[in-house]
Design a protein around this ligand. Structure first.
Ligand code: MCA
Ligand code: AMP
Length: 498
């Protein structure tokens, strides 16, 4: 008897279709059997994985769900790895969460093989597991740790955010209630599956509801558009960059093609935007083109989703609405004083409730520092206007949001500083219409050295994921030095954009 709520729900969905892709259909019953096989293989002859961290890097689809549920049902902690990570980043994640075994699909990344070889981590091919055995699975209490997701912060390297099963269940249930998820829903899943936007908001909510997922390896307009036009989907969730790209696409279509696609989007019962600020202009343009009013929400890896515009009622452009069911929100000023309920801010968003994460993996100090008693301090600043929260930005400029990904300016700076031609640098996010923010770097050469932008980008490629590479090098300026090579004037670096 296995007590995880999401598994109990899946069992009750029986022969309903959970995934429908070009490769075929998979029922909930098949997912239960598939994940059981993975649990049995991982357990071998043990009774319980007892929170062993198991990494996995497999394509979006039934294999991913089987891996995630298989780890959970065997009592392990699932650590989804990033498809776009470099070997160095993967090695960091594996070492930090002390992973000894990683589930992979045959077509998995070569970077992972390098990282695993360096750390002596075992790679287990999910496509070549032993034949199913009739192994009983442990009982899992919902208070146990379930997942670790890595997220960048303003200090040190990315931290592992640990959530329990209870926490994940609460995140899912809050969204099911607020956004009226139904078993008749059909949703495309193209977001990366090492972040909660894809894992919880799309995949787990759909599976909890008995709905149907249409999986894609990544977001590509051409691959989803025909199904949008033929009314295949009822729900759609994406980051603002994707809506900007869709608008650009719709605006270039001839009227004959435009109508059916715009109608397909307009007919969906719900389209959600989140992970970064959705500019009001994009919100309004989307309504103008499709008739659909996007629902913008706000969340964070550590807390799940916290604020949302209403399903029924005004979806206000530029605002993120009100607290979701089960989520308590308060604002605090710069000194950490909690604002009165009647106060409109600005203040830091602090969050309390069952959906808030348990801890940063192996970092008790960082965990302690990020809470004020039971309240998690998000570092996001908001105001309340006519009852709706509006996000004003982050309290730290060291966090950049680009294409929905959270990047640490400090991490990118550290990688640039490794280059022998760079003696100083500053990385910042510049406003950008498509990407929200675009990564930019200002650098100072080491004595008698120079480097061009392309060389620097290639240098970074081996060290940080491609989406973190500074996309625009703003300025390289040599500063006056004395005979000892020391900079003699305060370093004022003039930034220029082209
Ligand atoms: C890619 N490019 C970029 C960036 N990324 N340029 C500037 N800044 C960037 N960040 C460039 C590439 O170099 C390439 O240029 C071109 O854009 C296309 O690259 P590609 O990788 O193919 O981009 P894409 O496939 O169009 O991807 C964009 C994307 C993707 C679909 C928006 O980034 C994505 O799926 N983002 C979602 C991330 C997400 O789910 N975040 C949730 C985490 P060239 O052609 O010149 O080579 S946050 C979360 O979970 C919290 C809790 C929450 O609230 O949701
Ligand atoms: P992550 O740590 O990757 O989960 O990113 C969470 C961060 O994304 C939050 O702390 C916010 O800064 C940002 N974010 C998420 N949703 C929104 C939104 N709707 N508007 C503005 N910022 C957002």
């Amino acid at each position: 008897m296995n007590h995880l709520a999401i598994i109990q729900r899946a069992i009750s969905h029986g022969d309903r279709i959970a995934l429908r892709s070009q490769k075929g259909v998979h029922t909930y019953r098949e997912l239960i059997a598939g994940s059981h096989n993975i649990s049995a293989a991982l357990l071998d002859s043990a009774n319980d994985l007892n929170e062993e961290r198991i990494g996995f890097l497999v394509p979006t689809g039934e294999t991913y769900i089987n891996a995630l549920w298989g780890i959970w049902r065997a009592g392990g902690i699932a650590v989804p790895l990033s498809m776009s990570a470099t070997a160095k980043e993967l090695q960091y994640t594996l070492a930090d969460s002390q992973i000894k075994r990683v589930l992979v699909a045959d077509e998995s990344s070569k970077h992972l093989s390098v990282a695993c070889a360096n750390l002596d981590v075992q790679l287990i091919s999910i496509d070549r597991l032993p034949l199913p055995r009739d192994q009983s699975l442990p009982e899992i209490q919902s208070s146990r740790r379930a997942m670790i997701l890595y997220t960048s912060g303003t200090t040190s390297r990315p931290k592992g955010v640990v959530t329990s099963h209870a926490c994940i269940e609460s995140q899912i249930q809050s969204l099911i209630e607020a956004w009226h998820w139904q078993s008749s829903d059909r949703i495309p899943l193209f977001l990366p599956l090492h972040h909660i936007h894809g894992i919880i908001n799309v995949m787990s909510c759909a599976l909890w509801s008995g709905a149907e997922i249409d999986p894609y390896p990544k977001f590509k307009i051409d691959s989803i558009i025909a199904k949008v036009a033929s009314g295949n989907y009822t729900v759609f969730m994406a980051v603002p960059t994707i809506y900007v790209k869709l608008i650009e696409f719709l605006e270039t279509l001839p009227p004959s093609e435009f109508a059916s696609i715009a109608e397909g989007f307009g007919a969906m019962r719900l389209m959600v935007s989140g992970s970064a600020a959705l500019p009001a202009s994009v919100h309004e343009k989307w309504t103008e083109l499709t008739g659909q009013k996007l629902l913008e929400r706000y969340g964070m890896t550590e807390i799940g989703m916290a604020l949302s515009n209403p399903y029924v009622g005004e979806r206000r452009p530029g605002a993120v609405g009100q607290p979701l069911p089960g989520v308590q929100i308060r604002l605090a000023d710069d000194a950490g004083n909690v604002l009165k309920e009647t106060d409109k801010g600005p203040g830091e968003i602090q969050v309390c409730g069952p959906s808030v994460f348990k801890e940063y993996w192996n970092r008790p100090d960082a965990t302690r520092d990020s809470f004020d008693h039971d309240w998690f301090r998000t570092g996001d600043i908001a105001v309340i206007e006519s009852g709706y929260f509006r996000i004003m930005g982050r309290s730290s400029v060291d966090i950049i949001k680009s294409g929905g990904y959270k990047l640490s300016a400090l991490e990118i700076e550290a990688s640039l500083l490794d280059h022998p031609a760079i003696s100083q640098c500053a990385v910042i996010g510049l406003p950008d219409e498509t990407w929200g923010e675009i990564v930019a770097a200002a650098v100072v050469y080491s004595k008698n050295r120079t480097v061009d932008c392309e060389t620097l980008q290639n240098w970074c490629k081996d060290r940080i994921s491609s989406y973190k590479i500074p996309r625009r090098l703003l300025g390289i300026q040599e500063l006056p030095r004395n005979a000892m090579g020391k900079i003699t004037k305060p370093a004022v670096v003039k930034l220029f954009s082209n």
